[in-house]
Design a protein around this ligand. Structure first.
Ligand SMILES: NC(=O)c1ccc[n+]([C@@H]2O[C@H](COP(=O)([O-])OP(=O)(O)OC[C@H]3O[C@@H](n4cnc5c(N)ncnc54)[C@H](O)[C@@H]3O)[C@@H](O)[C@H]2O)c1
Length: 279
């Protein structure tokens, strides 16, 4: 039988905030495919505020979550995490941060260099920190997956996070080269806009989502398409991708290849419209 995910070793999925998090969608998909999942939440306070009060999860679903805490800016917390999780099949890094008042929004320029640096540390450098500490847990065979957003184009409001995602993709390639000898594969998945807490902090995220829906050759739904992202993530972090490393796989309905919005004649006809019945 072909297996999407490993079932003997668990996956560590980092960056759970609530049930809308991409981390949760990926973890759930891995679990449904027969894998075991350990999540990380940044700290207990965020767990109390967001996860514990999430009505989207039943008490049974809450109880089933295996959660550890890890702030990736704290090297001792990263070290303690990997010292405590045992052997892993793979790791998903679903973590990013940018101060929306300084690093995102209408104006790119800012004096808040410390905010830019912190955003870079959390959204990019931490991937290398995780790779370094995770190596002993992978027993010479495993994978690391980061989440990115289209870096070939420049989007309004995304400013410094766009810069840091470009650096993250470069880091994925650098880590892939460095860790091939260790049996560690490193890839990134570039997702279209999805409605999450992090996304809600991006000023103009609604407009960005609309841009996407207007341009995407395949319909793109910022709510339900987290499942499509999770399916591709499980593939990339799992054994079927065993010869794939240093790559960025885009799962976005196709919008990021487009030179502008779809014209009317390029759209799928609405159900029941006259065009739909033309043979
Ligand atoms: N939502 C989108 O539209 C979208 C699209 C493409 C890529 N992504 C990427 O997906 C990833 C997950 O974001 P999401 O949209 O699920 O939002 P989210 O808010 O659910 O997840 C972001 C996570 O990053 C964590 N984080 C921030 N600082 C941290 C720190 N110092 N230590 C540990 N964790 C920290 C947060 O606690 C949170 O759990 C991010 O890398 C994001 O850039 C999101």
């Amino acid at each position: 039988m072909i297996q999407l995910v490993e079932t003997d070793r668990p996956y560590l999925v980092m960056g759970l905030l609530d049930a809308d998090s991409i981390a949760y969608a990926i973890g759930e998909l891995i679990r449904q495919a027969g894998g075991r999942v350990i999540y990380t939440v940044q700290n207990e306070r965020l767990k109390r505020i967001f996860l514990d009060h999430s009505k989207q999860l039943s008490p049974e679903e809450h109880a089933a979550l295996d959660i550890r805490f890890c702030d990736v800016t704290q090297p001792d917390e990263v070290a303690a995490l990997f010292a405590g999780v045992g052997t892993l099949a793979g790791i998903v890094h679903s973590i990013a941060y940018a101060n929306p008042r300084t690093c995102l929004g209408r104006e790119l320029h800012t004096d808040a260099v410390a905010d830019i640096t912190l955003s870079y540390e959390i959204s990019c450098v931490s991937l290398a920190t995780v790779a370094r500490h995770a190596l002993p847990n992978l027993d010479g065979r495993g994978s690391l997956l980061a989440l990115t957003f289209d870096t070939r184009h420049v989007y309004p409001h995304y400013n410094w996070m766009g810069v840091h995602k470009a650096a993250l993709e470069a880091l994925v390639r650098a880590l892939a080269r460095r860790h091939g000898r260790d049996g560690l594969r490193v890839n990134a998945l570039s997702a279209g806009p999805l409605s999450t807490k992090a996304a809600s902090k991006i000023p103009g995220f609604g407009q960005l989502s609309q841009l996407w829906q207007d341009a995407s050759p395949l319909p793109w739904d910022p709510h339900s398409d987290r499942r499509a992202v999770a399916e591709a993530a499980a593939f990339l972090v799992g054994p079927l991708a065993r010869k794939i490393t240093g790559q960025v796989l885009t799962v976005d309905g196709g919008a990021s290849i487009m030179g502008g919005p779809l014209l009317d004649f390029e759209r799928a006809p609405a159900a029941g419209s006259p065009e739909q019945s033309i043979e």
